[in-house]
Design a protein around this ligand. Structure first.
Ligand code: MD6
Ligand code: FE
Length: 221
């Protein structure tokens, strides 16, 4: 395995690998994700209770997909609009989990978030999974975004750093349950999405978050 450059950070359990994917790697991963979107189109989820639409559009690949609708947040096996099972995780995605997760079981969900130039994501914790001992591996493609992270309590101090195309971020250990979100994009900072104007109309950013959802049993998954 190649040695990866890791950015210094004092957030416990957070690992950042700037430029883990080079341009070729990012292009081929994005092509695989466009293939996923062809099978499982991006849709716009709504917030629980209020029904307010997200500014981010989403889809998933893998056995389970993360869903939000008026009834709450949960994982499900089918696309909420097509009602078809999620497409399998591409080998390129699985390979990134195996390289970066440091966790001996396979991921079950890959959430695909698409940010147009004005999309953002409010502070949240990823807490709909049964196994918090597994990290979350996040891969950014396209425009740079400002990622904000606080601590385990809402309302505590936060800090932010940019996530650029090809960066891999791992939230493990204590940081696995820290509040985090996306403040804004630096629209136009990357040309990676440009060939796919029919999918990503105004450029923007794609983020993949890979998760283990269920606690592993005795099997090898
Ligand atoms: C994003 N990321 O980068 C949003 N969650 O677009 C997340 O919400 C996230 O990057 C858990 C772990 C890593 C992440
Ligand atoms: Fe998150």
């Amino acid at each position: 395995m190649t040695e990866r450059r890791q950015a210094g950070t004092d957030i416990p359990g957070l690992r950042l690998y700037p430029g883990a994917l080079d341009r070729n790697g990012a292009e081929s991963l994005l092509a695989d994700i466009v293939g996923v979107i062809r099978e499982a189109p991006l849709y716009r989820p709504v917030m629980p209770r209020s029904g307010r639409p997200f500014s981010v559009r989403m889809t998933n690949c893998g056995k389970l997909g993360w869903l939000s609708d008026r009834n709450g947040y949960r994982y499900g096996e089918r696309h909420p609009e097509t009602n078809r099972p999620w497409p399998p995780m591409p080998g390129s995605v699985l390979a990134l989990w195996r390289e970066f997760a440091g966790y001996p079981h396979e991921p079950e969900a890959c959430l695909v978030n698409y940010y147009g130039p004005d999309a953002k994501m409010g502070l949240h914790r990823d807490e709909d999974e049964a196994d918090f001992s597994a990290p979350i591996v996040s891969i950014s493609l396209g425009d740079t975004a400002r990622f904000r992270i606080g601590g385990p309590e809402r309302g505590g101090p936060t800090r932010s750093f940019p996530l650029a195309s090809g960066d891999v971020l791992v939230l493990g250990g204590p940081s696995r349950l820290y509040y985090h979100g996306i403040d804004r994009l630096m629209a136009g900072s990357s040309t990676l999405l440009a060939p796919y104007g029919y999918v990503f109309a105004d450029g923007g950013r794609v983020n993949l978050t890979l998760r283990r959802v269920t606690a592993p049993g005795d099997g090898k998954t």
